[in-house]
Design a protein around this ligand. Structure first.
Ligand code: ADP
Ligand code: MG
Length: 224
């Protein structure tokens, strides 16, 4: 995995390129959305569905370009003393809606950690969001995603375990590669962003997975 983290460095360039592309496609998307809105009241009833589909597609395109933009922002991180536990809390709250929609239960056991790390709040939150999102997406209805956190003198640790489909050897090998995805509507950028941020925060990430059983992720960040 260290090799992977090192590779992440050369991805800075890709990140900048991606951000440039994202910037260029954001405006046309906004304009398309605007005109679709104007069209909406004028179409026949049986055509309303087409507008709905176009809106959905534009939304996922918009989401995709937002993720591309995030890639390019990597080097402008703002490091301050931050409270990692609250970042985790916030990320969990943000993801509860998606979990509920899919009838996946988010079980949490967070050790109250009044400790500080040195890092970027938004980015750390993004790490937790991307990982929890993947866990929810991999988990079938009615199953659980468990999130634990602990700390000691040196580290703040977070564990995200899902009862999902797990990953093949091939997928594990390709984790963090830009645009590598096995999902029909995936961006394949989530883990690349995670690896980058973990690296710039001096943290470590370990991913293990068993097909048909689930995936376990452990993260550690040094405490200031
Ligand atoms: P995306 O989620 O857009 O596909 P990611 O970089 O977040 O992109 O993930 C890349 C791929 O890694 C996913 O498409 C999936 O195959 C695999 N993956 C990531 N997290 C998990 C998980 N918790 N369980 C199973 N597969 C996962
Ligand atoms: Mg993802």
């Amino acid at each position: 995995l260290r090799q992977k983290l090192e590779k992440a460095e050369s991805m800075q360039l890709i990140g900048e390129l991606a951000a440039g592309i994202a910037h260029e496609i954001k405006n046309p998307i906004a304009s398309l959305q605007g005109f679709l809105k104007l069209l909406q009241p004028t179409v026949k009833k049986e055509q309303a569905h087409y507008i709905e589909i176009m809106n959905e597609e534009l939304k996922s395109l918009e989401q995709f370009s937002t993720e591309l933009l995030e890639l390019g922002k990597q080097k402008n991180i703002l490091k301050r003393h931050i409270h990692p536990q609250s970042m985790l809390d916030m990320a969990i709250s943000l993801m509860r809606g998606q979990a509920r929609e899919k009838n996946v239960r988010l079980k949490t056991k967070l050790e109250a950690a009044d400790i500080m790390t040195y890092g970027d709040e938004k980015q750390l939150k993004q790490v937790f969001i991307n990982l929890i999102k993947n866990a929810i997406e991999a988990t079938p209805e009615g199953e659980n995603v468990s999130i634990y956190s602990t700390f000691d003198q040196n580290n703040f640790s977070v564990f995200i375990n899902d009862e999902g489909e797990g990953m093949s050897e091939h997928t594990i090998k390709n984790l963090g590669q830009p645009f590598y995805t096995t999902k029909t509507a995936g961006s394949g950028l989530g883990l690349m962003v995670v690896f980058n941020i973990v690296k710039t925060h001096g943290g470590t990430i370990k991913i293990t997975s068993d097909q048909g059983i689930g995936t376990q992720i452990s993260l550690t960040f040094p405490i200031e």
